[in-house]
Write a protein that binds this ligand. Sequence first.
Ligand SMILES: [Fe+2]
Length: 314
Amino acid sequence: MAEQLIPDWTGAHRKDFRKSPMLWQHRVHESPLFSDEKLIELIEKHPRDLADFCTMNEGADDMSSWRGGDPGNHSGEDLLKAVRTGRLWINLRKTFNIHPEYKALLDSVIDELKTLNLGFSPVSMMGGLLISSPTAGVPYHIDRSDVMLWHLRGHKRVWVYPIDEETMPEHEVEEILLHDHNDDVPYTKHMDKKAIIYDLEPGQAACWPLHAPHRVLNLGDMNVSITMEYSPFSTIMQNGAQITNGILRRRLGMNPNIETQGTLSRFVRFAASRILRKMKLVKAKTPHEGGYLFEVDPASNTAVRELGEKNLAA
Ligand SMILES: [Fe+2]
């Protein structure tokens, strides 16, 4: 592979990084680590408790249709075939942290980003590999951490929305931070006119500001991307402050505004959120809550076989 993975990072990139939605070119997709053969090997060897198999409605415009499934005992080859022919979205979480050859690639990317952006020093970076079907997508949502999406194979459209009173009111951000699952996001189609749209090609990457709402739809072929998630202290502090704001709003009827809260105020609120967490006013995360709602079935059209109520975990 060429020496530089990020060949044309400009002053504009440096200025916008983590502050505005932005796109850049990379060469990570030239690595041999993302061939069908390597994906099959990875699906088979990756720990199943770090793998999410999900599906969604056609068009991926409704978060309430998003559900997790059981990959069963299918081979890596059959599961990759199911992705290619069905409507599945697989996240092999921490691929770039636990498998040495993938970790080496992530380390090189981070080293370059640090060189290109003085002061950029993520304490921890989680790298997941996303493998998704030609018609799969991720409905409108926000992430709790900073995210970069490095696109490797296939084509996908990403809509990135501003954070405003219509697209993501502050009380909704707090609701999402306070509870693990919140399907009640304010998305309507007419918000799309506010969105920046990126049609990602292999060799392009995108990121956006913390808590910017976004949605994704694949454009007719199987997609492979890397999702890099990280939380610098500024993000941990902002999330903590917004959790405290959420509790003040809900329990004391106050009307706090994160935009007007400076570093000291955010720090005090972040510290308070740690105490509130201990008081169990903030719900802890529980993965796979609610159990699997479908089984992967490579023979069906969408590769999904719905499960009945009896299979929901207590
Ligand atoms: Fe996201």
